[in-house]
Design a protein around this ligand. Structure first.
Ligand code: NAP
Length: 155
């Protein structure tokens, strides 16, 4: 992959589903620092330590499953904040990710929802609500990705 960058065949290379240990190991060997690290991230799976590690090393983070694979859309805290800021739960979840400095890849099979999910400019989740959202109990047990991540982390 580094050769592809040197040969000007690709501009950026990245990693996905990395642990801090794997990232540190890679950074010791790499000639090209990854531009981006993609990992599961949403209020129920915050991955703060990896986010900090990436920020320290100038690696941009992309959050996948930012809506908790749809599971967080009906979470009472998300619904409560969405009502307060007059946005949809999905928009609140996308905005939460942006306010943490990550990009997102949210998925929908509905055109109207895709449009809705990107309409997040010109407003902010107030700090107190951001903190509440950032403290909801960890939902790792509810999502299969998280189980995979837990197993992966343990290896
Ligand atoms: N790199 C990796 O290892 C990895 C792992 C997992 C996922 N990903 C990628 O991450 C992306 C998203 O992940 P994901 O699909 O797990 O989770 P997600 O984007 O968090 O959630 C998708 C779910 O939310 C629903 N949804 C989307 N917008 C909505 C809205 N406005 N209102 C209500 N429901 C809404 C969708 O249903 P509808 O389709 O019915 O709207 C779908 O069930 C995918 O492109 C996937 O390829 C990457």
């Amino acid at each position: 992959m580094e050769k592809l960058v040197k040969d000007n065949l690709v501009r950026d290379i990245g990693v996905c589903n990395f642990t801090i240990r794997k990232l540190e190991k890679l950074l010791k060997l790499a000639q090209t620092t990854p531009s981006v690290c993609q990992m599961e991230m949403h209020p129920g799976w915050r991955n703060n330590k990896m986010l900090d590690a990436c920020k320290r090393n100038g690696i941009h983070v992309t959050a996948y499953s930012p809506l908790g694979s749809g599971n967080l859309i009906h979470h009472p805290v998300v619904e409560m904040i969405a009502k307060k800021v007059n946005k949809s739960p999905a928009q609140v979840l996308v905005k939460w990710a942006f306010q943490r400095g990550t990009s997102v890849i949210a998925k929908s099979t509905h055109a109207d929802r895709i449009k809705e999910n990107i309409m997040v400019a010109g407003w902010e989740i107030p700090q107190e609500d951001f903190q509440v959202l950032s403290s909801i109990p960890d939902q790792a047990v509810y999502t299969s990705h998280c189980w995979l991540t837990l197993i992966y982390t343990a290896l």
